[in-house]
Design a protein around this ligand. Structure first.
Ligand code: GTP
Ligand code: SPV
Ligand code: MN
Length: 620
């Protein structure tokens, strides 16, 4: 294809290794032409996508897109980590030999972009100049223009990111080929989709989807799976599905930084965008650093654990986002933000969008409204309860649009980490917050995170399952070494972060209501945690950690009944004793788990055995 070389010349793409990578895959996929993209091309690409009917206007500088109806979430089953070393096989990484997967993907992709443009998207995960810069460079090849538009919002995109590299051959080689979506045989034994990270070659090959984590390869495939593997292989860092926030206390004149993992669609974006409750708003501010990925390492200058968000944007769950739950999110997708909505309901006449929970009731006048599949709401049978939008419908916007973005969010130095939290949708057992001051016990707690899976992955919604550190769908090396890597990286820090397990999702067993009001109120347990770390509160000790007393939690203005409050601040010892057996079985699956983790498990189990059933107090 003659015009490849012209595309290189025009765009200034000089890196010979990138050029070779592009030529190689243009040959395999049979793309009709090649176009090298930088963020400055966004306006033109938006116009082209509008003209082609790939996206639609959604009011003043905002856009709407709809995916193929069977292609609306990550597929965990079809996601594979491949290497040449069978020792890389873990329980959750879905390991396969790369000698099998690479030829298979080449076959799937062969000729599959015929007639299409192959976009070359050079990108950087992490602000330029960070200590992890070398691991952040990548190039995604994609045959989908909407994917390019999403990449421009979610990653730093431009040719400059692959020029002048210290090692010009060191970049993640990411190939995305959409394929014929209706022919993918989704969910059948003949499923044609493969989402493969060849981790020891830093190569990502995704075929058969144009949605989210299946197609935006900088985010989940590079930012999580590849980065976690790189961190392990180099021994230098952790790559985790974590949010990262700052909490400023204006009275004390200081800012704490907390990161932590909740499984997909379990509240990371909402926490990172949190507006303090009105009663606390004069004193505290929450700053957004990241909502989905954090890379963690020890800074040799001060010996502390540091974190940064490698992403440039937010790919957030739309459902239940409204003025009350998350006003910050609504502002971040306001007029002129360039935001893209995917798989929500859309009205082409008024260019409005709507999703479940946007307002208590859907628009009363259904004229013009289309559901997420593009079917008119007016054609639905009377009394239809089908949702208008897909439960995993999303909004995409850049970090600069987020009203509470931290002033130093682009600082390559990252921020020192004071606390690490784990949580998820757990309808019973897990209290509002329990703090853990010991590293091995904190890592043990992360490894035994048990929660309900959500609609962010196909076919698992509602399943109770263990999701270690919220990384189950993103694990790229075995769990034993993973735990050891945690102990090694965090253990090397001179000042230890405090750990905690949180749960905003405990429910009443009778009527199912959430016991804790959640959202903005979630600041309160986090403030308590930071005070505990500073030693200004003491909490009360239980076998599974330190819990706040009612007095220590600043509860001014919280809408909660005394009975519900008591439940979320207590430990059901019997229920926890049961849990320990499941945890034992869960951990036994993992080869090579460090002894320190087993010791933590035994300590918690022994404390539960001797605890008072009514008060959860341990004797002595
Ligand atoms: P991914 O992007 O999939 O990794 O998800 P996430 O962890 O960032 O989840 P997100 O913040 O987008 O929240 C997912 C869903 O949980 C949304 O529908 C939220 O409205 C809801 N949610 C978030 N926080 C709370 C809370 O404190 N209480 C309740 N009841 N729901 C919440
Ligand atoms: C998740 O599923 O955890 C996400 C969305 O953050 S996706 O990019 O689709 O993986
Ligand atoms: Mn996520």
């Amino acid at each position: 294809m003659a015009d490849i070389e012209t595309a290189f010349e025009h765009s200034g793409l000089g890196n010979p290794h990138v050029r070779e990578f592009v030529r190689h895959w243009a040959g395999i996929t049979g793309a009709a032409r090649v176009e090298v993209v930088s963020a400055a091309d966004d306006g033109r690409l938006i116009e082209e996508a509008l003209a082609a009917g790939e996206i639609f206007p959604a009011g003043e500088g905002r856009y709407y897109s709809r995916s193929y109806p069977k292609d609306t979430a990550r597929s965990e089953e079809r996601t594979i980590v491949a290497t040449s070393n069978p020792a890389d096989k873990g329980v959750y990484d879905n390991w396969r030999p790369s000698s099998e997967m690479k030829p298979l993907l080449e076959r799937q992709m062969s000729g599959a972009s015929a007639g299409k443009t192959m976009y070359v998207v050079p990108y950087l995960m992490a602000p330029p100049g960070s200590p992890l810069h070398a691991y952040a460079v990548g190039v995604e090849l994609t045959d989908s223009r909407p994917v390019v538009l999403h990449m421009i919002r979610m990653a730093r995109v431009g040719v400059e990111h692959v020029e002048g590299l210290e090692d010009p051959s060191m970049f993640v080689r990411a190939v995305h080929v959409t394929g014929d979506l209706p022919a993918m045989q989704h969910g059948t034994p003949d499923d044609q989709r493969y989402f493969v990270t060849v981790a020891d070659e830093r190569t990502i090959l995704h075929y058969g989807s144009s949605y989210g984590g299946n197609a935006l390869l900088g985010k989940i495939a590079h930012g999580l799976r590849q980065a976690a593997y790189d961190g392990y292989a180099s021994g230098k860092f952790l790559g985790e599905q974590f949010m990262l926030i700052g909490i400023e206390d204006r009275v004390a004149g200081r800012t704490w930084h907390i990161c932590g993992g909740f499984p997909s669609a379990s509240g990371k974006t909402n926490l990172a965008m949190m507006l303090p409750p009105d009663a606390l708003g004069d004193r505290y501010r929450v700053f957004f650093y990241g909502d989905d990925i954090a890379w963690l390492w020890v800074n040799p200058d001060d010996g502390r654990l540091y974190g940064l968000n490698p992403e440039f944007g937010v790919f957030g769950v739309a459902k239940d986002t409204n003025e009350k739950t998350n006003p910050t999110a609504l502002e971040s997708v306001g007029p002129g933000t360039g935001a893209i909505f995917t798989n929500v309901a859309y009205n082409p006449d008024t260019q409005e969008v709507w999703w479940e929970g946007r307002t208590p009731e859907p628009p009363a006048d259904v004229a013009g409204w289309l559901d997420w599949k593009g079917e008119p709401i007016a054609d639905r049978p009377e009394g239809s309860t089908e949702p208008w939008s897909h439960p995993n419908s999303r909004f995409t916007t850049t970090l600069a649009n987020v009203p509470n973005i931290a002033p130093d969010y682009e600082s390559p130095a990252g921020v020192p980490i004071d606390g690490i939290i784990f949580g998820g949708r757990t309808r019973d057992r897990e209290p509002l917050i329990r703090a853990i001051t010991d590293l091995a016990e904190g890592v043990y707690d992360g490894l035994t995170l048990g929660a309900e899976a959500t609609f962010a992955a196909e076919g698992v919604d509602g399943q109770l399952r263990y999701d270690p550190m919220s990384m189950r769908p993103f694990m790229s090396y075995p769990e034993g070494p993973y735990a050891a890597q945690w102990l090694s990286i965090v253990g090397a820090a001179s000042e230890q972060p405090i750990f905690a397990h949180v749960n905003w999702f405990q429910r009443d067993p009778e009527d199912g209501h959430f016991l804790w009001p959640g959202y903005r109120e979630n600041l309160r347990p986090l403030l308590w945690l930071m005070r505990l770390k500073d030693g200004t509160v003491t909490g009360r000790s239980t076998p599974v950690g330190i819990l706040p007393t009612e007095e220590e939690l600043d509860l001014e203005g919280v809408d909660i009944t005394p009975a519900d409050l008591e439940t979320v601040l207590s430990i059901d010892v019997e229920r926890w004793r049961q849990e320990m057996g499941f945890r034992q079985a869960h951990l036994e699956q993992f080869d090579g788990l460090p002894e320190a983790i087993w010791a933590a498990h035994r300590r918690v189990a022994a404390a539960l055995e001797s605890a008072d059933v009514d008060t959860a107090a341990t004797p002595g």
